[in-house]
Design a protein around this ligand. Structure first.
Ligand code: FMN
Length: 188
């Protein structure tokens, strides 16, 4: 099985989402030692903003799309920045949602062409955005990612969340412990 591992936090070794994505990949590797891994660090190796010229012929963008299409499982470290995803991850999505490759417009509207893949997202947030919290309506990270992947036909999307990271070391430790429990269940 081919696994594509993506990180998109700008915070390097201090990043929580990087820790989550690494733990998710390690768990999947324990379950399937023969896993073939491809890693892309969108902060260390950023993609330029999409432009018509870059969209027309860009070997780097072609490689990004090819490695996505080849993967059966995609693990993404996704920090919440200003209620949404990092601009690094947005630049990647702009290379993944491509008409004629991962979706097309048919007689009945848009049709996803990339179905059958599994996406697991390690999501970190400074605050809390659960459905019963006051800030629930400000979460443009998880609904956006679910919508973007559903648009290209991927509905098997799992979120492993670490929330309240900005509330101090105790809450961060608790959030990571809870995330670890979620990660242990992934390969079940
Ligand atoms: C530029 C920036 C914007 C942020 N915006 C938000 C936000 O809108 N909501 C929130 O709860 N936390 C916000 N945070 C806190 C991050 O979500 C939190 O630190 C999380 O751990 C980031 O993931 P990372 O550690 O993998 O980078 C922000 C942090 C940064 C650096």
């Amino acid at each position: 099985m081919k696994l594509l591992h993506i990180d998109s936090s700008a915070l390097g070794n201090h990043s929580v989402s990087r820790q989550l994505s690494a733990d998710i990949v390690a768990q999947l590797q324990r379950a399937e030692p023969g896993l073939r891994l491809h890693y892309r660090d969108l902060a260390a190796d950023p993609l330029p903003h999409w432009t018509p010229a870059a969209g027309a012929s860009d070997p780097a963008a072609d490689a990004v799309l090819a490695e996505f299409l080849a993967a059966e499982v995609i693990v993404i470290g996704a920090p919440m920045y200003n209620f949404a995803i990092s601009s690094q991850l947005k630049a990647w999505l702009d290379r993944i949602l491509v008409a004629g490759q991962t979706f097309r417009y048919g007689a009945n509207g848009p049709e996803g062409l990339a179905g059958g893949k599994r996406v697991i997202i390690g999501s970190s947030r400074g605050g809390f955005y659960g459905k019963d919290t006051p800030a629930a309506g400000m979460d443009f990270q998880e609904p956006y990612l679910r919508a973007a992947f559903a648009f290209i036909g991927i509905t098997e999307v799992t979120f492993v969340r670490a929330e309240g990271i900005a509330l101090g070391a105790g809450q961060k430790a608790q959030a990571l412990a809870e995330a670890s429990q979620q990660i242990e269940l992934l390969a079940a």
